[in-house]
Write a protein that binds this ligand. Structure first.
Ligand code: C2O
Length: 545
């Protein structure tokens, strides 16, 4: 493969959005940041120069990082942040995967503006497992706040409640014509009649899943999370934060213009959300009609439509980079997760807005805290103790009716989880099966759980409490979908399986950005294997704390 080299200058940019001027942090002065194109087998080298006033890191969402864990990027996990004025070069090979991924900041809420597409094409001489298309189009769904996003997060941390709701969603950085002052900031896709277009759709929003449609056009989904799927025809796509969908459209409509529109999927019953429909427009060459056709979007609470899309897709067994399901499981885990509370006594009373609690979140009743000082992976590499412990539990500490809706109001006695930095050690190459079980404590909600470094097979998903006696019979071991981020059904569960074939410390977390600082995370510590399967020493320029 070739070496593809980029310089990312991270710095301030003044933009106007929604009738205001804002100073935001971006890469190379654009929002979204640059799209990176590579071919499978290439080495990507990104020189990151931090000219912003914030500590920052970059993460390559979905990239395996085989023996390059030092380039993964989550702050305090695989590296200390790049300080203002500092730099770090991310260098890694991209093999065994192709399709649409993305990169984003992995420090605080900065990923609201520090993100971009990372597109992996087949290596020269290889082709996609679908007919070639006329054009490829990255579509990044984003989220926008009036005001500084770091302040938004800090304010949320200080008050102990959720952050301010965002002020808009965006397509390729543009809010579009449903927002004030945004008529001229509407994303336009110019198309020719009678062609095929591969839309590479990325949900880069911080806190919302989205239903996505284009009026009068249907999609053929050919990949999700950079894993090929059996072609799947649908008129609506749903993506959780972190997920991607590659979908082909055919421009077979009369010459005109058609809205591409999206609206949040709101899984938590009874919780309101601010932004409604956001849209761009698909315009046919030589179109005469002026007003675009609008698609009918699902209701924001349409869980059946979301569930259908999330569960009907199957993997392209035998296709490029297909990995069969490993059949012998070495490590079984059941991980429950959800929203909880912290007591506030030791905090400044102002710190919790006068209440005696603040919101938090946990996995298996452990609320994850990022270490200060040494990153977890330096502690792993140098065998330094005291940074984290190796006792993340294989199962929740107590069994209850996890999805009982009354836990939303009566679950406060089990909502308090201790703070810890615990990992689950895994033997190199072991096969791990995890039942991801949502809980209803304080909030029933669909949580998109992302695993760093590994793709996993999604064996089954369902509602209620997972019951191995019944649900194991539902496992798809032949052609399950392969993902890096699984949207675990509201009041339900998903079973994933992966092979721990890459040494390092790998974060697992909810990709709703609000939930990460609350502690909805854990990490796997994958041990070194036999040579050459050993974590190499850190690069000389790895940022120090
Ligand atoms: Cu897309 Cu840990 O992140």
């Amino acid at each position: 493969g070739a070496v593809v080299e980029h310089t990312f200058n991270i710095g301030n940019l003044t933009v106007s959005r929604l009738c205001n001027e804002e100073v935001i942090t971006t890469v190379n002065g654009s929002l979204p940041g640059p799209t990176i194109y590579v071919e499978e087998g290439d080495t990507l080298v990104v020189h990151a120069n931090n000219n912003s006033p914030y500590n920052i890191t970059l993460h390559w969402h979905g990239i395996f990082q085989i023996l390059t864990a030092w380039a993964d990027g989550p702050e305090s996990v695989t590296q200390c942040p790049i300080r203002p004025g500092g730099k770090y070069t991310y260098r890694f090979n991209i093999t065994g995967q192709e399709g649409t991924l993305w990169w984003h900041s992995h420090s605080s809420f900065l990923r609201a503006t520090v993100y971009g597409a990372l597109i992996i094409r087949p290596r020269r001489g290889n082709s996609h497992p679908f007919p070639s298309v006329y054009q490829e189009v990255p579509i990044l769904l984003g989220e926008w706040w009036n005001g500084n996003v770091v302040d938004v997060e800090n304010n949320a941390i200080e008050t102990g409640i959720g952050p301010n709701l965002s002020d808009a969603y965006t397509i390729n950085g543009l809010p579009g014509d449903t927002y004030n002052c945004s008529q001229n900031q509407t994303y336009q896709l110019q198309v020719k009649h009678g062609e095929t277009y591969l839309l590479r759709i990325i949900n880069a929003a911080l806190n919302a899943q989205h239903f996505f449609k284009i009026a009068n056009h249907t999609f053929t989904v050919v990949a999700i999370d950079a894993s090929y799927t059996q072609p799947y025809n649908t008129d609506v796509i749903i993506l959780a934060p972190g997920q991607t969908v590659d979908a082909i459209i055919t421009t077979n409509q009369t010459l005109g213009s058609y809205y591409m529109a999206f609206t949040p999927y709101h899984s938590a019953p009874g919780v309101s959300i601010n932004n409604n429909i956001t849209r761009g427009v698909v315009i046919y060459e030589n179109a005469t009609s002026a007003s675009p056709v609008m698609p009918d979007l699902p209701a924001q609470t349409d869980t059946p439509t979301a569930h259908k899309f999330y569960t009907n897709i199957t993997g392209l067994a035998g296709g490029p980079h297909w990995v069969p399901v490993p059949l012998n499981v070495d490590q079984h885990m059941l991980i429950t997760f959800g929203i909880g509370l912290d007591h506030c006594p030791e905090l400044d009373p102002e710190g919790c807005g006068g209440r005696n609690f603040r919101l938090s979140a946990s996995m298996n009743n452990e609320s994850f805290v990022l270490p200060k000082g040494l990153s977890m992976m330096e502690a792993f590499f140098r065998n330094v103790s005291g940074v984290y412990t190796r006792d993340f539990p294989d199962n929740p500490p107590f069994v209850f009716n996890y999805t009982d809706p009354t836990l939303e109001t009566n679950g406060t006695d089990i909502a308090f989880a201790p703070k810890s930095t615990k990992v689950k050690p895994l033997t190199f190459n072991s096969t791990v099966q995890v039942v991801l079980q949502n809980t209803a404590i304080l909030a029933r909600e669909n949580h998109p759980i992302h695993l760093h470094s590994f793709n996993f097979h999604v064996l089954a998903q369902g509602f209620g409490n997972y019951d191995s006696n019944v649900d194991e019979s539902k496992f798809n071991l032949d052609n399950p979908q392969i993902r890096n981020t699984i949207s675990v059904p509201v009041g339900g569960w998903a079973v994933i399986r992966f092979q721990a074939n890459n040494p390092g410390i790998w974060l697992v977390h909810c990709h709703l950005e609000t939930h990460l600082p609350w502690g909805l995370a854990m990490a796997f510590e994958v041990e070194n294997g036999p040579e050459p399967w050993v974590l190499p020493p850190p690069p000389a320029d790895l940022p120090q704390c």
